[in-house]
Design a protein around this ligand. Structure first.
Ligand SMILES: Nc1ncnc2c1ncn2[C@@H]1O[C@H](COP(=O)(O)OP(=O)(O)O)[C@@H](O)[C@H]1O
Ligand SMILES: O=P(O)(O)OC[C@H](O)CO
Length: 496
């Protein structure tokens, strides 16, 4: 009997999951790691933490399932996207901490590029916007600010990578410097039409081609693990950004199917098929995946603060001790008592793209309690997702029948019920909660013949629970109107 090992390197933790042929999780290990916030708006990770937690969880999951490397048919890798690393090719040493996708330090650079009239070009070629979220300006920042980096890069001494490329490098002792097309599509440097790095964009951002990894597909044998003795020789056969892997793991194979992941942020992806669809509502055009020579596309709505608002209640406000306690706290009140919280802690992503927006809590009265704030915090997650769906349906000219959901915050049934109330349609949680890891396993499994086809994989998807709308339409409409008023107050705040 053989199994697949999925490595899911996320924003707050690294996870390793062992899957069997029926797509069931047999063992799992998870480790959190330190988040660094050196200045307001900056978010960093220690590259060694990213690698060490990945290495340790891989070993732990295999040991927990009582397996040896010989029983692992392949490894699928998936990762937090856009987070940017730069390291020395000779020593493998990072030049700086990784700049995390949430980091806003390049807001000024993005504003200058916009002012110089470049946004239309970037939008047309990459499907993205000039926002600090994406890797391109983060890489330019590293080249400009780490002493000697530009000179060394010019000599070909440095390697850039998103987290997938960093882990591929570490897993293979520096034998592979590659990324997959989905991760590449989040850099601002990848041309959606040619499927390669774009010379004109590289020039505008002053990025030397020598630092860039080779771009490969999501489902192919990249190489073998050499750096972890227990897994030596196991093939790495799947690589994809985590949201793309979740779309695949949710079996959203046909155009018109969508998923939303509720993790640190919220990411909704809608499969749009063989052609990229340009957004008129500030969504991103991105890759769904590339398998063989065939590329499929998606529309994406990215919300920066989703489940992280619960972490803020825990670590920032201190009104709960554990994330799960938010459910009991919010349930102490029958409704939000007129309180709305807009968690624009790092600006607002889709569909607003306002880097200057900041968080607000409005509607506070003498009777407001921590429970109302907790409730408003949870509701803000669902409101943001509802705004994404509205933009997406307008762009794609369709109405979604249902929304498939996954991610850490989907343990919260109240949240999903409220989501269904807002959307007025079914919200479906699958039986396998680790959809992102499952998608990575699917990519790897298809490459090595563990599974034969997408049809075989699609048949493995099973619903756990379906949430259907219950609330009165008038109350929902009132709430949405007040939510929009609250969002207006958050916009532009940091600009003064
Ligand atoms: N009961 C809960 N209700 C709402 N959010 C929760 C709950 N439990 C955990 N979360 C949130 O889920 C997120 C973790 O989800 P996960 O998918 O592991 O995130 P990531 O992959 O981004 O690290 C955290 O932001 C956490 O605050
Ligand atoms: O690590 P997650 O699950 O929060 O996902 C992060 C996204 O890939 C960022 O774009």
């Amino acid at each position: 009997m053989s199994y697949l090992l999925a490595l899911d390197q996320g924003t707050t933790s690294s996870r390793a999951v062992i899957f069997d042929r029926r797509g069931r999780a047999r063992a799992q290990a998870q480790q959190e790691f330190t988040q660094y916030f050196p200045k307001p708006g900056w978010v960093e990770h220690e590259p060694e933490d990213i690698w060490e937690t990945t290495r340790r969880t891989a070993i732990a999951a295999v040991a927990d399932a009582n397996l040896t490397g010989a029983q692992i048919a392949a490894i699928g890798l998936t990762n937090q996207r856009e987070t940017t690393l730069l390291w020395d090719r000779a020593t493998g040493k990072p030049l700086a901490r990784a700049i995390v996708w949430q980091d806003r330090r390049t807001a000024g650079m993005c504003a200058r590029l916009k002012k110089a009239g470049h946004e239309v070009l970037f939008r047309r070629k990459t499907g993205l916007l000039l926002d600090p979220y994406f890797s391109g300006t983060k890489l330019a920042w590293l080249l400009d600010h780490v002493p000697g980096a530009r000179r060394r890069a010019g000599r070909g001494a440095l390697a850039f990578g998103t987290v997938d490329a960093w882990l591929l490098w570490k897993l293979t002792d520096g034998r592979i410097h590659a990324t997959d097309a989905t991760n590449a599509s989040r850099t601002l440097l990848y041309n959606l039409c040619t499927g390669g790095w774009d010379e004109e964009l590289l020039e505008i951002l002053r990025i030397p081609r020598t630092v860039l990894p080779e771009i490969r597909s999501c489902s192919e044998v990249y190489g073998e693990v050499s750096s972890i003795p227990a897994l030596r020789g196991v093939r790495i056969a799947g690589v994809a950004g985590d949201q793309h892997a979740a779309l695949f793991g949710q079996g959203c194979f046909r155009p018109g199917m969508a998923k939303n992941t509720y993790g640190t942020g919220c990411f909704m992806l809608l499969n749009t098929g063989a052609k990229p669809v340009a957004s008129k509502h500030q969504l991103l055009t991105t890759l769904a995946w590339k398998i063989g020579e065939r590329t499929e596309y998606a529309l994406e709505g990215s919300v920066f603060i989703g489940g992280a608002v619960v972490q803020w209640l825990r670590d920032g406000l201190g009104v709960i001790a554990r994330s799960g306690d938010v459910e009991e706290l919010a349930a102490r009140v029958p409704d939000n008592g007129g309180v709305y919280l807009v968690p624009a802690f790092t600006g607002l992503g889709a569909p607003h793209w306002d880097a200057e927006a900041r968080g607000v809590i409005v509607g506070i009265t003498r009777g407001t309690t921590a429970a109302h704030v907790a409730r408003a915090a949870l509701e803000s997650i669902s409101y943001q997702v509802a705004d994404l769906i509205a933009a997406m349906e307008a762009d794609a000219g369709l109405k979604l029948r249902e929304l498939r959901v996954d991610g850490g915050a989907t343990v919260n049934a109240g949240l999903l019920q409220f989501q269904s109330d807002l959307l007025r349609r079914a919200v479906v949680r699958p039986r396998v909660a680790e959809t992102t890891a499952l998608g990575a396993a699917f990519f790897a499994g298809l490459a090595v013949g563990y599974w034969k086809s997408r049809d075989e994989i699609a048949a493995l998807w099973r619903a756990d629970r379906t949430f259907r709308p219950k609330a009165a339409a008038a109350a929902v409409a009132r709430g949405q109107r007040d939510w929009r008023r609250a969002v207006d107050r958050a916009k532009g705040w940091a600009a003064g």
